[in-house]
Design a protein around this ligand. Structure first.
Ligand code: GN1
Ligand code: MG
Length: 350
C-alpha cells in the first residue's frame, strides 16, 4: 500500500499526533496527492502538495491568509476548509523540499457526476454565493496563483506549441482530434471579446462537481473545497465548469464516448441555481454564462490534449492515453453543448 512520504517528520510539525490515525489515499483530484487521516474521534485531510503545478506556493498561502482575514465566513451557508497552521504557523509545511498541508475533513457525500438536477441547483447556488460573499474583497490584493490559468488565448497557444513540438506521431484519431480543437477557434475570439467587458471577481476557478461536499442527507451543501485557485477570474469560468461537470451525462474520465450528451434539466437547474446565488451579477455577466459552458469544456479539452502531446507532464494519469481519452470526452461534450444552442442567442456582445 502506498505510504505518505516523510510521515514522521510531518507528524512532528503539527499538534495532532497522526501516528494514532489510520491513513489512506483519498479522493479523485488530478493535482495533489491526498490522504485521509482518521481516528475514532475525528478526521483530517493531509495533502502532498504538487509544486510542479503551483510553482509559487507562497501565492496560495497569501491568498488563503487574505481569505482568513477578510472573508465574511458567517455569510456562507457551508464550510470553506482552509489549511490549518503547523507548529510554526505556516499553512504549508516544508519537509526536505516537499510541501505538505493539513485541512479539516468535512463529512458528507462527494460526487463525480450527479443524478438529480436539484443537486445541480444546490451546487450552482453555493458556488455563486461564494463569489457573492467574496465580491466585497479587493481583487487587486489577490495573487494569480497560476498565471493565465483560464486564459483561453494562452491555452490555445500552448496547445499549438505542443502540436508543433510533440514527439508523438500525429496521425489517425490524434490528427482528427487536433483538427477538431483547431476548428473551434471562434471560442478564443469570443473569449477575447468577453474579457473586455466583464469585471474580474474573486472566483473559485475549479468548480467541478467533485470540489463540493453535500450533507450526508443531500439536503444542502456542507463545504466547498479545493481552494487553491480562488483568485481573480470571471463568473463564466465558475458557471462553465459546473456545466462541464454537472450537465454532462458522463464524467470526464469516461470513455463511453457515444453516450456523452447534455442533460438539459441539469443545465436549467445549474443556471437557475447560479442566478439564485449570483444576484450581484451585471447584465453582461449574466449573458456571458452560456458562453462559459462551451468555453470551459473547450479549455479543458485543450489542456488535456496539450498534456497528452507533451507526454503527460501535468495531470495524474492511470494509463498512457488517458489525457487523449479525456480530450476526446470533452470534444463529445463540446459538440453536444453546441448542438443544444444555449450560447447561440448570446453571440453578439454589446
Ligand atoms: C484539476 O485539482 P483538480 O483535480 O480538482 C485542474 C483543473 C481542471 C481539473 C480537471 C490546478 O483540478 O483546472 O479543471 O483538474 N486544476 C489545476 O479535472 O490545474
Ligand atoms: Mg479537486
Amino acid at each position: 500500500m502506498e505510504k505518505l512520504p516523510y510521515f514522521h517528520q510531518l507528524n512532528q510539525c503539527y499538534w495532532i499526533d497522526f501516528s494514532v490515525y489510520s491513513i489512506e489515499r483519498f479522493g479523485e483530484g488530478h493535482i495533489h496527492q491526498t490522504w485521509l487521516a482518521k481516528s475514532d474521534s475525528d478526521a483530517w485531510i493531509i495533502q502532498h502538495f504538487n509544486k510542479c503545478v503551483f510553482q509559487d506556493p507562497c501565492k496560495i498561502a497569501q491568498n488563503h491568509q487574505l481569505l482568513i482575514n477578510l472573508l465574511e465566513f458567517d455569510k456562507l451557508n457551508f464550510q470553506l476548509p482552509l489549511p490549518i497552521p503547523d507548529l510554526e504557523g505556516n499553512t504549508l509545511c516544508l519537509i526536505n523540499g516537499e510541501y505538505f498541508r493539513v485541512l479539516p475533513f468535512v463529512t458528507g457525500e462527494c460526487f463525480q457526476a450527479i443524478n438529480d438536477s436539484s443537486h445541480g441547483l444546490l451546487a450552482a447556488r453555493a458556488f455563486a454565493s461564494l463569489i457573492d460573499v467574496a465580491s466585497g474583497l479587493d481583487v487587486t490584493l489577490f495573487q494569480e496563483v497560476i498565471p493565465g490559468f483560464h486564459d483561453l488565448t494562452l491555452r490555445y497557444r500552448q496547445f499549438e506549441d505542443a502540436v508543433a513540438s510533440t514527439k508523438i506521431e500525429i496521425e489517425g484519431d490524434l490528427c482528427k482530434l487536433i483538427r477538431f480543437y483547431q476548428s473551434k477557434f471562434e471560442l478564443v475570439t469570443e473569449y477575447q471579446r468577453w474579457i473586455k467587458v466583464l469585471p474580474k471577481r474573486i472566483t473559485h476557478n475549479d468548480t467541478k462537481i467533485n470540489n463540493l461536499i453535500f450533507h450526508t442527507d443531500l439536503s444542502n451543501i456542507a463545504a466547498i473545497i479545493d481552494l487553491d485557485t480562488m483568485m481573480p477570474g470571471y463568473v463564466f469560468n465558475d458557471f462553465g465548469d459546473l456545466v462541464r461537470t454537472v450537465t454532462c451525462t458522463l464524467d470526464e474520465n469516461s470513455t463511453a464516448f457515444e453516450q456523452i450528451s447534455v442533460d438539459v434539466d441539469n443545465y436549467k437547474a445549474v443556471y437557475e441555481g447560479f442566478l439564485a446565488g449570483g444576484s450581484f451579477m451585471t447584465e453582461a455577466e449574466r449573458t456571458s454564462l452560456h458562453f462559459g459552458g462551451e468555453m470551459m469544456t473547450y479549455i479543458m479539452g485543450l489542456r488535456f490534449l496539450t498534456d497528452h502531446l507533451n507526454g503527460n507532464v501535468y495531470y495524474h494519469t492511470r494509463y498512457e492515453k488517458q489525457n487523449f481519452d479525456r480530450a476526446t470526452n470533452q470534444m463529445h461534450l463540446l459538440i453536444a453543448l453546441i448542438n443544444c444552442g444555449f450560447r447561440k442567442d448570446n453571440l453578439s456582445i454589446k
